[in-house]
Design a protein around this ligand. Sequence first.
Ligand code: LER
Ligand code: MN
Length: 278
Amino acid sequence: MMKFAVTTSAPDIDQTIPISLLSGTFIERIKMASNLGYDGIELITNHPELINPSKIVSTIRNNNLEIAALATGGLAFIEKLTLLSSQSEIEKEAFDRLSKLIVFAHSVSAPIVTIGSFRGKAYHSDIQESREKLAGILYRASNQAEDLGVRLVIEPLNRYEANLINNVKEGLEFISEVGSSNLGLLLDTYHINIEESSVSECFITAENAHRLWHVHLGDSNRHPLGLGHLDFPTILNTLENIQFKDFLSAELLSIPNPNAAAAITIEYLRSQTVDFYK
Ligand code: LER
Ligand code: MN
């Protein structure tokens, strides 16, 4: 059975993030996610040291939800920290913050830490040099995460947001370069729709390589599901056929507002996946 999560910020973040859904206090947002029928939460956190892990876990579990993943996007959007940067002190600080997030993921039993925009941009004149640098960084981080029972996922991003790892083929090649069995792929329907000739086919490619570990959901325009032109019935059918059992997280724009976007998306998903509930 597929599990659906919604992306929202942890209590340490009070700024607005465009892809953080739900509004209100953290407890109100968790309750709402549960009432809407989500199975899990993808948490954006920048300062996990400010959060009490057992309080977070009990709030989420008491509402019959799981933590699907911890997201690093807030570190990039708000703190302007990225693993690759032409400023070495930013790279150093970013790695340190990733290590802290991995330790926090372990303490709240989050199975996955995502690496999307947080990887930063290739800045060497030879792009291969940046790739190799990132591979070294993620090799170290993947090993640290493995020791703590946490998996890392790298997310191909569309060409307007990243100049490194834009599609599934490049993602799989990069994972081979890193050489860690603890690094997988996060495929985001919004990004792969821009870069791939077939969204469904690339899920199959990633699954055949045993690296499809996490999914982000957003329609072609990054609006709630059903409000763009992605063929979600076929995509969901493909994921069902390959028996994808990990989380699919709604990570999309707060259109028309953060609560309605979450509500429209889960309603759409439940209407398309009724078979699972027979
Ligand atoms: C950014 O566009 C995205 O998809 C996030 O998951 C990246 O951190
Ligand atoms: Mn994403």
